[in-house]
Ligand binder design. Structure first.
Ligand SMILES: NC(=O)C1=CN([C@@H]2O[C@H](COP(=O)(O)OP(=O)(O)OC[C@H]3O[C@@H](n4cnc5c(N)ncnc54)[C@H](O)[C@@H]3O)[C@@H](O)[C@H]2O)C=CC1
Ligand SMILES: O=C1O[C@H](COP(=O)(O)O)[C@@H](O)[C@H](O)[C@H]1O
Length: 253
C-alpha cells in the first residue's frame, strides 16, 4: 500500500500495537476522539467517527483504512454501541467508498461469536486437547450488545463490498495484551493476540489481495478454538507467538 493509510482509534490499545510494529512502514493519518498523549507518526486528526463532514475530510487522499475506533467494552450499553460502533462504522465506510478507498480493515471481535462458548463446551474448548474450531464461515452468535455491534459492522462491510466493490477484511480479534498473555484466564490464553502478531496481522491486511474475508486474529496458541488456516491462506498471516510459551509473565521457551 503506497497511498496514505487512515488509522481510526489510533490512540487505543490496538492502534498502539500496530504503530509500535509498523509505524515506520506507511504514511499514516491517525484519527481518534482526543489528541494523543505521545507523538504518533504522520498526521493526526481529532474527530468523532459519527461526524460525516469530518470523516469526508479525513478520508481525502486515503488508499486504505484500518478502522479500530469504537467502544471496545464487552459490557457497553446499546446506546453507545449503536452510536460509536454501528453508526460510526457506517459513516466511515460511506466516506471510504465516496473517496474510492481500495482496502478496508475492520476490527471485529471474538464477542461476535461469544455465544458459541456454551456451558456444555466450556471450559474444555479453551484447552489444548479440544478440537472444536470456528473458522469464520459460521454465522455470528454474539454474546452481548457489543458483539451484536461487531456482527453489524461485519454486515455493513459486506454491504459496502457487494455494492461498492470495496475490498474488506474483518478481523475477529481475540484478546490483545502486551508482553505476555492474560494470567489465570484460560479463555484469554486461547484467544491471545500478541502485540507483534497484531502488527503483522495489520501489515498483511494492508498488503494482501482479497475480496471480502472474515478472519480470526489470534496468536498461534496451543490452546485455541479459532482456526488460523483461513487467515494464513487469505492474507499470508504467519503468527510467531503462542500463549503456551509463557508461564505467567515469563517466557519459558
Ligand atoms: N483490545 C482488544 O483486545 C480488542 C479490541 N477489539 C476492537 O479493536 C478496536 C480498538 O480497541 P482498543 O484499542 O482496545 O480500544 P481503546 O479503547 O483502547 O481505543 C479506542 C480508540 O477509539 C477511539 N474512539 C472511540 N470512539 C470514538 C469515536 N466515536 N470517534 C472517534 N474515535 C473514537 C478512541 O479515541 C481510541 O483511540 C475496537 O473496535 C475494539 O472493539 C476487538 C477485539 C479485541
Ligand atoms: O473485543 C474485545 O475482546 C477482548 C477479549 O474479551 P474478554 O471478554 O475476554 O476480555 C476484550 O478484552 C476487549 O476489551 C474487547 O474489545
Amino acid at each position: 500500500m503506497d497511498d496514505p493509510v487512515l488509522l481510526t482509534g489510533a490512540t487505543g490499545r490496538v492502534g498502539t500495537a500496530i504503530l509500535d510494529g509498523i509505524g515506520d512502514d506507511y504514511e499514516w493519518r491517525c484519527l481518534a476522539r482526543s489528541p494523543p498523549e505521545d507523538d504518533l507518526p504522520g498526521e493526526f486528526v481529532a474527530a468523532d467517527i459519527t461526524d460525516e463532514d469530518a470523516m469526508n475530510d479525513a478520508m481525502e487522499g486515503i488508499g486504505a483504512v484500518i478502522h479500530l475506533a469504537g467502544d471496545p467494552r464487552p459490557e457497553a450499553p446499546w446506546s453507545s454501541v449503536l452510536e460509536n460502533n454501528i453508526d460510526g462504522t457506517k459513516t466511515i465506510l460511506q466516506a471510504a467508498v465516496d473517496e474510492g478507498v481500495e482496502k478496508f480493515v475492520f476490527a471485529s471481535s471474538n464477542h461476535a461469536v461469544g455465544a458459541f462458548e456454551t456451558d456444555e463446551r466450556t471450559p474444555e474448548m479453551y484447552r489444548t486437547h479440544d478440537e472444536f474450531r470456528l473458522d469464520g464461515t459460521e454465522l455470528p452468535r454474539p454474546g452481548n450488545f457489543y458483539g451484536v455491534s461487531k456482527a453489524a459492522g461485519e454486515t455493513l462491510c459486506r454491504y459496502y463490498h457487494d455494492h461498492y466493490d470495496l475490498d474488506v477484511v474483518c478481523l475477529r480479534i481475540g484478546n490483545l495484551t502486551k508482553n505476555h498473555p492474560p494470567i489465570d484466564y484460560e479463555r484469554g490464553q486461547a484467544m491471545w493476540l500478541s502485540h507483534r502478531d497484531c502488527a503483522h496481522l495489520a501489515e498483511r491486511s494492508l498488503e494482501a489481495d482479497y475480496d471480502y474475508e472474515i478472519l480470526y486474529g489470534i496468536s498461534d496458541n496451543d490452546r485455541k478454538y479459532y482456526s488460523l488456516e483461513p487467515a494464513k491462506e487469505a492474507i499470508g498471516y504467519e503468527p510467531r507467538d503462542n500463549s503456551a510459551q509463557f508461564d505467567g509473565k515469563e517466557r519459558v521457551d
